[in-house]
Design a binder for this molecule. Sequence first.
Ligand code: ZN
Length: 168
Amino acid sequence: MKVGNNKVVSLVYELREDDANGDLIQKVEKESPFVHLFGVGSLLPAFEHALEGLVAGDSFSFGIPAAGSYGEHNPEVVYTLEKSMFEIDGVVEDGLLEIGNQITMQDQDGNPVDGIVLDVTNEGVVMDFNHPLAGINLYFTGKVLEVRDATAEELAHGHVHGPHGHHH
Ligand code: ZN
């Protein structure tokens, strides 16, 4: 059975920056594989395209340039925020404002947005609201573990059920 729309695909992979020798960004191992329903639009189109047609046991390696994944790094969504914005009852939680921490905040409409602490200065906290992978060329190497048809319920919900999937 081939990877394609409406198939549930289990994968292991390593994600590196730029190429096979780049810095390791993420490693997904077979004890906890990446299990996904293809064709529902929640993955990068270039990622799905590269895997389409593979079968269980196939290996893969491919790159996705930043422009085709999470976009270039946008300096307009890096903000310096007042420290008071991070206080709860007047206190900033210990360790919250460490450089590199990801903090979920709210935009003007109350939607959750994840930002990363870039710096803490006298003026405030420099927060980067770009996707953590923005501006990074991605390089995936991995293997397809399993391909199966999605169940009717999974298709109706638009996600995977069962082990490693969602339950609801
Ligand atoms: Zn569901």
